[in-house]
Design a protein. Structure first.
Length: 141
């Protein structure tokens, strides 16, 4: 699967670990950041969202300290349904019920092990459609 990934400085080390974990099984496009030097999360959310929105990649992965700022930035894009996920169950439901196309992680609040489990769950579930499709179609204004 072709994926986009990005983070701010607070998510940098987690992003690098996720890349190591997924690199053998997926094609990853890393939109930055590339160090722990302070940066602005929208600068990385927007390129990841654009890559997902344009179908350059299938799904996206984002992270910042709380997950909120980078998630809000990604969700400004019309074709994006980015889900801030704290547990694998939320990631599963985000894919199955909300057709989420970006998973966002709160890097300062979850362990690396949990983050990897969330990402794995997100990538290995599909949108169920059916009754959920009508609701997802109402998300875009």
């Amino acid at each position: 699967m072709k994926l986009a990934i990005g983070s701010d400085h607070a998510g940098f080390s987690l992003k690098e670990r996720i890349k190591e974990h997924l690199g053998e099984d997926h094609e990853l496009i890393d939109f930055g950041c590339f160090s722990e030097d302070s940066v602005d999360y929208p600068d990385f959310a927007h390129p990841v969202a654009k890559a997902v929105e344009s179908n350059e990649v299938e799904l996206g992965i984002l992270m910042c300290g709380s997950g909120n700022g980078i998630n809000m930035s990604a969700n400004k894009h019309q074709g994006i349904r980015s889900a801030l996920c704290w547990t694998p169950e939320i990631a599963k439901l985000a894919r199955q019920h909300n057709n989420a196309n970006i998973v966002t992680l709160p890097a300062r609040f979850i362990s690396e092990e949990l983050a990897l489990e969330i990402v794995h769950t997100f990538l290995n579930h599909e949108f169920e459609g059916g009754r959920h499709e009508r609701r997802v179609n109402k998300i875009s204004c």
